[in-house]
Design a protein around this ligand. Structure first.
Ligand code: NAD
Length: 733
């Protein structure tokens, strides 16, 4: 079966239906492009055809381009990948332009055939770009459907005409939320934003599109930019109205991306330069910038981690081959901050939840947390009363362990105390079926130690959520020494049900994410003690793409938590512990009662309402700033290497088993500079030899914690990359 098929009706309308075989959503495959073009050619040449409707046989229209295609084109092109990508892109432009011009006379703009898009549901990326080149877009009135151009979120920008067309349709300013922020819009909002023309009842969708096609006149199908005297809405760059838009947008992009996301800048350049020339030239400019972005290592690393590998992990790339372990009833022990969030995401995914706490009031508070989130959704029109009742109806908040009867999974989130955890493990295991899996959400206690309290350690596992549970996408699954395959599969199937992204790691102090983020925080705090100005530390971090500077992050997670972790780690590590210098700063702040955001005082100053005002100047009295400040790059290297060397050590130690998980986990878990594709992608981009040289320099000036791990040194000597040596292809070979 072909991805696109055409049916010519007796009414003269040719319906082209997109239906990618075997998939729930359409994505545009390379081999499908000539098929669609062939159908368009056929319909345009057939005198019996008066017009065309392009639609989809699925609930949705399209998810976008198969991003593997772009990677394959680049790989196959040998010495001239840029030329191959440019030619491919220009081919797409020519084909879409053919749809847009629809056979009309180039001079008179007459005689073309109307083409409409009938969009039954979600439509993204090249699906939207295809719709944009038709003459009228009809979208079904479907609450769940979204339409947009989210390319920017994976380090690209719409490169099949979407950038040029949409900015010319609504103007650069109005196009910004869709193009620059990748906003996906519900049908009515999409109509207001000019992305679509009509929202119709789902059952009328096709007929409405057909009726329009049959009634459209020559004038209805000529795009504004193909008409004489066209002017860019909102003003072209040198127009008095357009000028401030472009100046402002340029400043905004640099402010938001800190110059590390090349796609946003390229997009704006394509719109700006494109607006100064005729449409076909503008498409060529768009294609050049698109090629430049596809050739940028940051874009390919982002696509690899944030799209391809993230999806592979979500689909179970590392799932043991055991039967379906979908969760039906989950018991959540502890209804505090984490337990309440875990109960919500589970119930929201259709899983029955028993939420247990020591006191009924605490269990009820935990359930009320779900109610709060659902009420917010109600206010924003994202949740209905029925949905709210349904989700809350799935949560049984109780103190009675007998209610855990029939649970196939337990997630324990009581106090971080081995005794309390052992106690609830025994109580739950006395009730749950023999086959049930017991998971702990501990952040710091070894899984293998906690498993000692279990009667069935092979069914005991770590499922580590991040806070806030409903927002954070990563879930770390931790295998204890005796954890079996069924437990891993259960955890993975559960994470899939709640639509988060899993990584599977082995049991070691702080697992993976916290193991890497703690050195980042420590390095920042250590610099404060050395006399580096806090503003330099924070800005250096943000300029290299970290969402929060280390000092702000410490304030957010709370300084007393840092103190607690430092003390416990020192007690466990003894002489091997080397963070006394940064600890001194944290201990001092905690002694001053400056506990971070929760006390409205920390590295930053806050007003009474908790609004962050700026870095706290009083810190300089205790830790004066050096006259001579380090170069910003040195600060950035210290902050990044503190994290990536820990990631390499986690791989060396066997905590990480898959570098894809190391990269995806770093971005989703703690926001590691997403432009880089993650720590391993960053090291590959730089090359192991350069990384080792930087480590040597940092170790000489700042200490052994920067010493290059053996693995990295060996890779430098052999000229290897992480993806070359540990990537999925290398593993499969
Ligand atoms: P919390 O203090 O907010 O909640 C713990 C809850 O457990 C409380 O409601 C308490 O009443 C309940 N509880 C204590 N003893 C109990 C018992 N014997 N039976 C039933 N309920 C009992 O703590 P939290 O922040 O939700 O953390 C819970 C767990 O999650 C800890 O292991 C923590 O390390 C881990 N964790 C926390 C975070 C975080 O950011 N807070 C992130 C990941 C993991």
């Amino acid at each position: 079966m072909s991805d696109f098929t055409m049916e010519k009706g007796a009414d003269g309308v040719a319906i082209i239906t997109w239906d990618l075989p075997g998939k729930s959503m359409n994505v545009l495959r390379r081999e499908a492009i000539p098929v669609l073009e062939g159908l368009i050619d056929d319909a345009l040449a057939d005198d019996a055809v008066k017009g065309i409707v392009i639609t989809s046989a699925k609930d949705s229209f399209a998810g976008g381009m198969d991003l593997n295609v772009l990677a394959r084109i680049r790989e196959e092109a040998g010495d001239s990948p840029a030329q191959a990508l440019f030619d491919f892109t220009m081919g797409a432009h020519a084909f879409m332009r053919k749809i847009e011009r629809a056979g009309m006379d180039p001079k008179t703009n007459k005689g073309g055939k109307p083409v409409a898009a009938a969009i039954p549901g979600t439509c993204a990326g090249i699906g939207t770009e295809l719709a944009l080149c038709t003459h009228r877009r009809f979208m079904a009135d479907n609450d769940k459907a979204r339409i947009g151009l989210p390319e920017i979120l994976v380090g690209l920008f719409p490169g099949a005409g979407g950038t040029t067309r949409y900015s010319r349709m609504v103007g650069a300013m109005a196009a910004a939320p869709v193009l620059l922020e990748g906003k996906m819009l519900a049908p009515k909002a999409a109509k207001n934003a000019g992305l679509i023309d009509e929202v119709v009842a789902p059952e009328d969708l096709l007929q409405a599109a057909k009726d329009w096609v049959l009634s459209a006149t020559d004038a209805d199908i000529v795009k504004p930019w193909d008409q004489k005297g066209w002017k860019m809405p909102g003003g072209a760059p040198y127009h008095p109205a357009g000028f401030p838009t472009f100046v402002g947008a340029s400043a905004m992009i640099n402010g938001r991306t800190k110059g590390v996301y090349p796609a946003a800048k390229a997009l704006l350049s394509a719109v700006y330069e494109g607006a100064l020339v005729p449409f076909d030239t503008a498409l060529k400019i768009e294609a050049r910038y698109f090629t430049q972005i596809l050739m940028n290592p940051s874009s390919s690393a982002m696509i690899r981690s944030l799209f391809l590998n993230k999806e592979a992990l979500e689909k179970g790339a590392n799932r043991p081959a055991v039967d379906d372990q979908k969760v039906k009833k989950v018991g959540v022990l502890g209804a505090g901050m984490m337990g309440a969030g875990i109960a919500y995401v589970s119930a929201n995914a259709g899983i029955e939840v028993v939420l247990i706490d020591a006191e009924q009031a605490a269990a009820d508070r935990g359930k009320a947390y779900s109610e709060g989130i659902l009420d917010k959704g109600l206010k924003r029109g994202k949740v209905t009363e029925d949905k709210k009742a349904e989700v809350l109806g799935r949560i049984n908040a109780t103190t009675d362990y007998a209610a855990l009867d029939g649970c196939d999974l337990i997630v324990e989130a009581v106090f971080e105390d081995p005794k309390v955890k052992a106690d609830v493990t025994a109580k739950a295991e006395a009730v749950i079926p023999d086959t049930a899996i017991f998971a702990t959400n501990t952040s710091t206690l070894p899984i293998s130690d906690l498993a000692k309290a279990s009667k069935r350690p092979n069914q005991f596992i770590g499922i580590h959520f991040f806070s806030p549970v409903d927002k954070m996408m990563l879930v770390e699954i931790i295998k204890g020494k005796e954890t079996g395959d069924v437990a891993v599969a259960k955890a993975l199937d559960y994470v899939r049900q709640i639509r988060k992204t899993p990584i599977v790691v082995n049991d070691a102090r702080f697992f993976y994410a916290n193991r890497c983020i703690i050195p980042y925080i420590n390095e920042g705090v250590r610099m404060v003690r050395e006399g580096v100005t806090p503003a330099l530390i924070e800005n250096a971090a943000k300029l290299v793409g970290m969402p929060l500077g280390p000092l702000q992050l410490t304030d957010e997670t709370s300084i007393d938590l840092g103190v607690k972790i430092a003390k416990a780690t020192k007690a466990a590590m003894g002489d091997a512990y080397d963070n006394d210098e940064s600890d001194e700063v944290l201990f001092w702040l905690a002694d001053q009662g400056r506990l971070g955001r929760k006390s409205n005082s920390g590295f930053y100053a806050y007003d009474d309402k908790g609004k962050r005002l700026g870095l706290w100047e009083g810190l300089a009295d205790r830790y004066p700033h050096n006259d001579q400040q380090p170069d910003v790059h040195e600060v950035q290297h210290r902050l990044l290497f503190a994290q990536v060397l820990e990631a390499v050590r986690a791989l060396e130690d066997g905590v990480l088993m898959d570098i894809r998980e190391g990269d995806v986990g770093a971005i989703l878990g703690w926001g590691f500079a997403p432009w880089s594709g993650g720590p391993f992608s960053w090291l590959d981009m730089m090359g192991a030899a350069k990384a080792v040289q930087l480590c040597d320099d940092l170790a000489a000036s700042h200490g052994d914690r920067f010493a290059a791990p053996k693995l990295l040194r060996e890779m430098a000597e052999k000229g290897q990359t992480f993806y070359g040596r540990f990537g999925p292809e290398a593993k499969a070979a």
